[in-house]
Design a protein around this ligand. Structure first.
Ligand code: NAD
Ligand code: MG
Length: 334
């Protein structure tokens, strides 16, 4: 604990009982209260027009896709996310940290003061490099660990490497996912089905099992589930059931790990503008109208979920476990 924080807590412990809130606030230096400007009113932002609305340009990329090649480019908070020290000193591992929700979480975590290891596929090196640069620009340690999560031995090595290079592990964000749209179950090959299950269900099992012995009370596990867990689309038969499984393991492991002081929560995005969608996750036609049926009338952007990943990781969320937080554009899930 830095000296000034020590001094504050001593002062609060010694004199806090008799002090009013205003006096306690005045006793804390600006750094302890966050440096956010609360004097200048921020203009209201209309969520329906805050980001590009459909129709989006027709586009497709080979799987797994790159954020850098999308049009328009997704907003992961590169220019907008401001931290206030909510995760100072934490050590986090984020799978799928190169793009989409994982990148938004990585940027936010670094700007909140965490060191961050990211996993991604070797084909995503270009996206991952940008994230590494952003984490380092925030003054934090970045640990890039490429590799395929369908391999159980790699999952275990990933956790070991992250723990070794970060010097511990307080936050695991199991976010990587595979989604490939198939109009009919008859078009889902055995290999497809296997790859979706291995990526979305088996990998979190291997990762959490390897991470748990390294996690102390106060640590947090966060899994990315989906609105698909609750309201599956007909063309996402295999994917949607993996997201229901994710939602379910969040609840069982929260019960199992609660007594250990380790929280487990889920994030359920609605339609979000990420490479997953333009590399086979949605049909080409659906990409053009992506998010159009949401009451907000557009796709969401990864940065619109950054604060949720922070909230579920930080100490302020200490009573939140076994819960799933959504950002669904009004479609009602979870
Ligand atoms: P994304 O393409 O940016 O991220 C998915 C990541 O998964 C990729 O970057 C890749 O690094 C990783 N990945 C996939 N297969 C892998 C493998 N075998 N080994 C290692 N890494 C692998 O897209 P996103 O939409 O940000 O996806 C993140 C999570 O959000 C996924 O779990 C997805 O199911 C979920 N989700 C997305 C949406 C959406 O509309 N985009 C909605 C609900 C849930
Ligand atoms: Mg990616």
């Amino acid at each position: 604990m830095p000296d000034n924080e020590n001094a504050i807590s001593r002062r609060l412990m010694v004199g806090g009982a008799g002090l009013g809130l205003a006096a306690i606030a005045a006793a804390a230096p600006a750094s302890a209260q966050g440096s956010t400007d609360t004097a200048t009113p921020k203009p209201l932002q209309d969520p329906t027009t805050k980001y590009p609305r459909p129709p989006y340009p027709r586009q497709t990329q080979p799987w797994p896709g790159l954020a850098g090649k999308m049009d328009p480019k997704p907003d992961h908070g590169e220019l907008s996310y401001k931290g206030t020290g909510r995760l100072t000193g934490r050590k986090a591992l984020i799978t799928g940290g190169d793009s989409g929700m994982g990148r938004a979480a990585a940027i936010a975590y670094a700007r909140e003061g965490a060191d961050v290891a990211i996993n991604y596929l070797p084909a995503e090196e270009a996206d991952a490099r940008e994230v590494v640069d952003l984490i380092r620009a925030a003054g934090r340690k970045a640990v890039p660990i490429p590799g395929d999560l369908r391999d159980p031995a790699f999952c275990r090595r990933l956790v070991d490497d992250a723990v070794r290079q970060l010097g511990g592990l307080d936050i695991l964000v199991s976010n990587a996912g595979r989604q490939q749209s198939r109009a009919s179950i008859l078009e889902v090959s055995d290999e497809d089905f296997d790859a979706t299950m291995k990526t979305n269900i088996y990998a979190p099992f291997y990762l959490i099992k390897a991470a748990l012995p390294n996690m102390k009370p106060g640590s947090a596990i966060i899994a990315t589930t989906s609105e698909q867990a609750y309201d599956p689309s007909p063309d996402l038969y295999d994917y949607a059931q993996t997201k229901a499984a994710t939602m379910n393991f969040v609840k069982s492991l929260a019960k199992q790990f609660g007594p250990k002081g380790i929280r487990v929560n889920g994030v359920a995005p609605g339609p979000i503008w990420t490479p997953l969608q333009v590399s086979g996750g949605a049909s080409e036609g659906k990409v053009v109208t992506f998010g159009a049926t949401a009451p907000l009338g557009r796709a969401g952007q990864p940065v619109e979920l950054a604060g949720i990943y922070v909230r579920l990781a930080e100490d302020d969320g200490s009573y939140t476990t076994g819960n799933v937080y959504g950002a669904g554009g009004g479609q009602g899930q979870p």
